[in-house]
Design a protein around this ligand. Structure first.
Ligand code: URA
Ligand code: ZN
Length: 383
């Protein structure tokens, strides 16, 4: 498949740390930060996860190397062409603006969102667009600012033609996504039909994995393979249990990494809710969720297809209720090929594509929906 493919291939999970954000991280010395090594030729290090900042290691080997693939639009276009991707909906990567002082959060969000809009507009008016490489973006929100500033940025983003939703993490205003203080934000997202791309960052406490020494033995494997998906699962389960989807029935979320483990555990959540004596519906005194988790999955939730294997993707399609609610993604620039094969196809991308082919071998229409048709429809992309 090439970038001149006859059907759109849209990557809805693809990150950028735009130059202004790289500058911000490079100005910091506590997590999240970029360490600029003094040794000539050494790559800067991206130290964003709490478990990255292990004081027993020199800073020059903490976290991961960060090269131009993280911030260069040319690198993004090169990656897209190599993998036959015709359109990318780029998003700021974790931890977004979660760490900012409330006084600078709104202006920083506006600056980054304007930078993303400009980069997409310039790309789409250039020869790159004629070669079949289009860019759109998910904006970011100033979540540490007062709720009224978050709402004003949600409304402003609707005026930026290349911004097709927002990306955010699981902490909300600091107390999780079931915080009643988020109600005005949810109301603004729902009334503006703004899709929220929900993405993990914080994982689980180190103690869940046996402590820092155990984590250090396998680097990022436990935090990324297990911590990230469980963080998403817990965040969405808390939203569901607190009635967010009852109060905001039009809210729409796109969940990273195929919803973490939610597709696999939804039946168990539904069963535990049906057996919880505390809930009014079962004779208790507490308001439980009023809608079935399956109803929420089928009407409020979309899932990406970034799960790297057939069993996970099958569960995602099944839980989403249809192939119409699952969308291809890559997680670029994370998970690059190691070693010298920088220009080759990325295993992380090819395994996601192979899972789509393997799950739906006889259904070209469904494969094309997941690879791009769903994103075009849901996000209203002009391709
Ligand atoms: N690692 C991250 O920190 N973020 C991602 O999105 C993927 C891997
Ligand atoms: Zn990601």
């Amino acid at each position: 498949m090439s970038s001149s493919s006859s059907f759109p291939v849209v990557d809805i999970h693809t990150h950028m740390y735009p130059p202004s954000y790289i500058k911000l991280l490079s100005s910091r010395t506590t997590v999240p930060y970029i360490h600029l090594p003094s040794e000539p030729g050494a790559d800067p290090r991206l130290i964003i996860l709490a478990s990255d900042d292990d004081p027993s290691r020199p800073k020059s080997s903490r976290g991961r190397p960060v090269d131009s693939t993280y911030s260069s639009f040319d690198s993004k276009r090169h990656f897209m062409t190599t993998h036959g991707i015709t359109c990318s909906v780029i998003s700021l990567a974790n931890p977004w603006l979660d760490f900012l002082d409330p006084s600078s959060a709104l202006s920083t969000a506006q600056e980054i969102n304007d930078d993303l809009e400009k980069a997409c507009a310039e790309n789409n008016n250039s020869s790159a667009a004629h070669k079949g490489v289009k860019l759109y973006a998910f904006g970011c929100l100033p979540l540490s600012a007062p709720a009224k500033d978050i709402v004003s940025e949600i409304r402003r983003l609707k005026t930026l033609p290349h911004v097709k939703g927002v990306i955010m993490g699981t902490t909300g205003l600091g107390n999780g996504l079931d915080d009643p203080a988020l109600d005005d934000v949810y109301a603004a997202l729902a009334s503006t039909s703004t899709l929220v791309f929900l993405h993990p960052h914080y994982g689980l406490p180190d103690s869940a994995f046996g402590g820092p020494d155990v984590i250090a033995r396998s680097g990022h494997v436990l935090p990324l393979a297990l911590g990230f998906p469980l963080e998403t699962t817990i965040a969405v389960s808390r939203m569901y249990l607190s009635g967010v989807f009852d109060r905001h029935p039009k809210l729409e979320f796109l969940l990273a990494h195929s919803g973490g483990t939610l597709p696999f555990l939804a039946g168990r959540i539904e069963s535990c809710v049906a057996h919880e004596r505390e809930f009014i519906a079962n004779g208790g005194h507490k308001q439980g969720p009023q809608r079935s988790i399956w109803d929420v999955l089928h009407s409020n939730i979309f899932l990406d297809a970034v799960i790297y294997g057939q069993p996970g993707l099958k569960a995602a399609i099944e839980a989403a209720g249809s192939v119409d609610r699952v969308m291809f993604g890559t997680d670029h620039p994370f998970f690059p090929p190691l070693g010298d094969e920088k220009d080759s196809k990325w295993l992380s991308v090819e395994s996601n594509k192979a899972a789509i082919d393997g799950c739906l071998p006889q259904d070209q229409d469904a494969r094309r929906k997941i690879l791009g048709g769903n994103a075009v429809r849901v996000l209203g992309l002009d391709l």
